[in-house]
Ligand binder design. Structure first.
Ligand code: SIN
Ligand code: MN
Length: 201
């Protein structure tokens, strides 16, 4: 079994993606962003998010004044590109060989970006885990509870780390407090990419 650590039910695989494979995936994501450019989402309340986003797969996660949802198309009206094969291979290894994810959301954290504590709950079936891949700069990942509030614990995620949120952890609050800008040389201009794969419907 692949080596991993557990924190509050989250399975964390430190350095699962070796450096050469990280570069390969980075290049695949650069291509992806050429077809489905990163955009800045806003919350339903109209607040601009500090991360930039795009997606791959049958549907992509979008957020604007109309709410959080999965859409068949990028905001530019084009269908989302295919999920990179390297990502599907990780999903098949750690989550399921029976069914591929519908969506691979790609978040870019620039200097000062963060993501508040939230649950991933826009999917129809929470029995499917969420797979999360970190590339680039270190991120302080915070894990809370299944409801808002209470004690939390944090862990630094590094480039090449993979996290699986399954079972009870699937609906656990989590977020990114901050990134340590410039800690990785993977992305030429710095920053962090996080990929989350989900079964949506
Ligand atoms: C997310 O929860 O959507 C992102 C988590 C991360 O960036 O590590
Ligand atoms: Mn999330």
């Amino acid at each position: 079994m692949t080596k991993h650590v557990q924190l509050r039910g989250f399975d964390i695989y430190p350095g699962l993606i070796p450096p050469a494979a990280q570069r390969d995936l980075r290049d695949a994501l650069r291509q992806l962003a050429g077809v489905a450019p990163f955009f800045t989402p806003s919350t339903p309340a109209g607040k601009t998010m500090s991360v930039r986003m795009t997606s791959a797969g049958r549907c992509g996660w979008v957020s604007d004044r109309r709410g959080y949802r999965y859409d068949r198309c990028h905001p530019n009206g084009q269908p989302w590109p295919a999920i990179p094969h390297q990502v599907l291979a990780l999903w098949q290894q750690l989550v399921s060989a029976e069914r591929d994810p519908d969506c691979c959301l790609v978040n870019f954290y620039g200097e000062g970006s963060r993501m508040g504590l939230h649950q991933d709950r826009d999917e129809a079936d929470f029995s499917w885990p969420v797979l999360s891949i970190s590339l680039g700069d270190d991120a302080l990942f915070r894990i809370g509870n299944r409801s808002r509030g209470g004690k939390t614990e944090s862990i630094w995620l590094h480039s090449g780390d993979v996290v699986v949120m399954a079972g009870d952890a699937r609906l656990t609050y989590h977020g990114v407090d901050r990134i340590r800008f410039g800690t990785s040389s993977l992305l030429a201009k710095g920053g962090r990419l996080n990929l989350t794969c989900r079964v949506v419907d």
